[in-house]
Design a protein around this ligand. Structure first.
Ligand code: RUB
Length: 328
């Protein structure tokens, strides 16, 4: 089946992490669906629906952990299916699908802004904040707090093996914020100097557990031990509808070559194994609050948000799992 070059490139960029971070991945996926729709070369509505589902599958298989990716795709495809039921003509369905992709992107950008405004109210003047990896949502809170005149200092972890912490320090330094880069292993040593931890999320499960860059759960434990508040800043489209019906989140394992060289592997390949999990799970009990675009919630309220705003996604997911077409 024909796949536009630009769509192939976006899928490859997500896979190779040139596009990374759960929010960016979600927006890139929605954009790819829009580009695919604009470049559809067939004639019939049936072909179009098949083609769009095929493209969505390619995008869905690029990275497994961040639920923002399948949620962005479902957002667009769900509206495509509704449009098909309302008016089954190619032009109409195509227009509604492209509009849905734009809507998702706009919502996502607005959500990060709102999270910044809502979260910044929780930051006090003089706070020392620790963050991990590179999260647009977490940075939005810190930057907004600084913009509102609060004096904040930030510890940013390197975030091995891919060093996303370097992107974080660059962004914060550009905003004129006092930022110190630390090795991941120094977190517990420095925790006594920290007032608040703020991280992002790739997925939040129905019970309020948070999946984020590997190392996050150790930071949460260190914060818990030191009685330091642990906040998660995330858009609600990182809440996972599939976990409502008991699905587990797959944790991405990346190449050993992000940790050791090919020579090292060849030399030792019979004697050693290398594992490189990219994410881990922080249980809800270590999370003080989740800062979302809809307000600040305790992790246990995740299920309420899922039911209230993403009921359609839970139903959509359950029906697909059972192999039932949405139109039936
Ligand atoms: C990125 C990561 C980020 C979340 C949230 O991992 O774990 O903390 O995705 O980011 P990777 P955002 O670099 O492997 O994609 O708030 O920007 O969505």
């Amino acid at each position: 089946m024909f796949i536009p070059e630009q769509v192939k490139r976006i899928a490859e960029d997500i896979k190779s992490m040139r596009i990374r971070g759960a929010g960016r991945i979600a927006r890139a996926a929605a954009k790819a669906l829009k580009i695919a729709s604009e470049n559809f070369k067939g004639k019939s509505l049936e072909e179009y629906i098949q083609y769009m589902n095929h493209i969505a599958n390619i995008l869905r298989n690029t990275r497994p952990t961040a639920v923002s990716l399948p949620n962005a795709l479902s957002y667009v495809l769900y509206r495509m299916n509704i449009a098909k039921q309302t008016n089954p003509t190619l032009d109409y369905v195509r227009e509604k699908t492209e509009k849905a992709a734009d809507e998702f992107i706009q919502y996502s950008l607005q959500a990060i802004k709102l999270i910044g405004e809502i979260g910044a109210r929780r930051i006090s003047n003089g706070d020392v904040i620790l963050t991990h990896c590179n999260s647009s949502a977490a940075l939005s809170v810190i930057i907004e707090a600084a913009k509102s005149g609060k004096d904040v200092k930030v510890y940013a972890t390197e975030t091995r093996p891919k060093f996303q912490g370097h992107i974080t320090i660059e962004t914060l330094a550009r905003e004129g914020i006092d930022v110190t880069l630390i090795p991941d292993i120094a977190v517990r040593f420095l925790m006594k100097k920290v007032d608040k931890v703020i991280v992002g999320a790739d997925t939040v499960t129905a019970d309020g557990s948070v999946i984020n860059k590997v190392g996050t759960s150790q930071i949460a434990l260190a914060a818990y031990e030191a009685r330091v508040r642990f906040f998660v800043a995330t858009e609600t489209y990182k809440f996972s509808p599939a976990t409502v019906i008991g699905e587990e989140v797959l944790i991405e394992e990346r190449s050993p070559l992000e940790i050791v060289t090919a020579d090292f592997l060849t030399q030792y390949y019979l004697k050693i194994k290398v594992r490189n999990p990219a994410f881990d799970i922080t249980p809800a009990k270590y999370v003080d609050a989740i800062i979302t675009e809809k307000g600040i919630i305790p992790p246990q309220a995740t299920i309420l948000i899922l039911k209230e705003y993403y009921g359609w996604a839970i139903k959509d997911y359950a029906m697909r799992k059972l192999g039932i077409d949405l139109e039936e």
